[in-house]
Ligand binder design. Structure first.
Ligand code: ATP
Length: 306
């Protein structure tokens, strides 16, 4: 039996739908809003914020019996520090974020925020402290203003505009037919992955959480969008404990610590410079990505020629 810490059945979701929603914490908290009384964790004490230290201690985890996904994962994010996780597809990176948000229980070890086990505090208090910028942000079928304001109850239109400016999406919104009242989502204006991610960043800016989880998009964004998102992320990460699940190594060169995951284990850790000097898996990944981006650049130079 898969141990999901949510009353999924009571939400009338199929397991597949629920699984797809899991990483998207913002959506999940929307779903949770309807039957909050049926989440037993809400009766638990609130999490007390003391700077935002995150601690994974010797964490073992499996979604299904007999298939262990994480093996003795052990790391700490100091208050205000940025930790980046890299590794191959399926190595367990996003699972770390799901455990931090307590969507699942660990099988062994513990996950703590400011010394408090995530199993011992209310989900509402835990998740209100964590801003999540998911890989592919699904938007609500509502206006752009609603989608951004969702980050903070009681946000004013001026707050929404300020957050949109910070996420470099204000100009684009102004060019839309009904500006901030434009409908988005499945039934509204279609936005690109990069645009949706910037809306999610604006939402996180507004939420102003002490902890930030950024799940970098796997899909290729154009270089300008990528750089804009990167700059905004850097600004957002200032002074907050940040966990970045990274796919492009170029985005995490400045992280305080990089964890390299392989088949659910942390196999290397250190700063970018330290890991390059170690000439291990990270150094190999770095040189592969360098070669790839040089190839891409020469490819685009060729296609740019008349
Ligand atoms: P990617 O870079 O492709 O996003 P990842 O490193 O983030 O990968 P995870 O999403 O953490 O990988 O998944 C780790 C492993 O757990 C994978 O083998 C995946 O198939 C499995 N897994 C993920 N979610 C579930 C689930 N809900 N039920 C069962 N297995 C799952």
């Amino acid at each position: 039996v898969i141990q999901v810490c949510l009353p999924l059945n009571t939400l009338g979701l199929s397991f597949r739908q629920a699984r797809e929603a899991l990483i998207n914490a913002e959506r999940m908290s929307e779903l949770l809003r309807y039957p909050p009384e049926s989440d037993p964790a809400e009766a638990l004490p609130e999490l007390h914020f003391r700077g935002g230290a995150v601690e994974f201690s010797n964490v073992d985890f499996s979604y299904e019996p007999g298939r262990q996904i994480l093996h003795g994962v052990d790391f700490r994010i100091e208050p205000g520090a940025t930790v980046a996780v890299v590794g191959g597809s399926g190595s367990g990176k996003s699972t770390l974020a799901r455990l931090l948000l307590h969507f699942y229980d660990v099988d062994g070890g513990s996950v703590k925020v400011d010394g408090q086990d995530v199993r011992s505090v209310s989900h509402k208090s835990l998740r209100s402290m964590i801003g999540v910028v998911p890989q592919d942000s699904a938007l609500f079928n509502n206006t752009i203003a609603y989608n951004i304001a969702y980050g903070r109850a009681g946000a004013t239109p001026a707050d929404v505009i300020e957050a949109a400016k910070a996420a470099r999406i204000h100009e684009l919104i102004q060019s839309l037919p009904a500006q901030y009242d434009t409908l988005v989502g499945e039934r509204g204006v279609k936005l690109s992955g990069g645009e949706r991610q910037r809306i999610a960043i604006a939402r996180a800016v507004l939420k102003n959480p002490p902890l930030l989880v950024f799940d970098e998009a796997t899909s290729a964004l154009d270089t300008r969008t990528e750089r804009a998102i990167q700059e905004e992320l850097d600004r957002l990460a200032q002074g907050r404990s940040t966990l970045i699940i990274a796919h492009r190594l170029s985005t995490i060169v400045a992280a305080d610590m990089i964890l390299v995951m392989d088949h659910g284990r942390i196999v290397e850790r250190g700063s970018h410079g330290e890991l390059l000097r170690a000439k291990g898996l990270y150094a190999q990944m770095w040189s592969l990505q360098r070669q790839q981006s040089e190839l891409d650049e020469s490819g685009s130079r060729l296609t740019a020629q008349p």
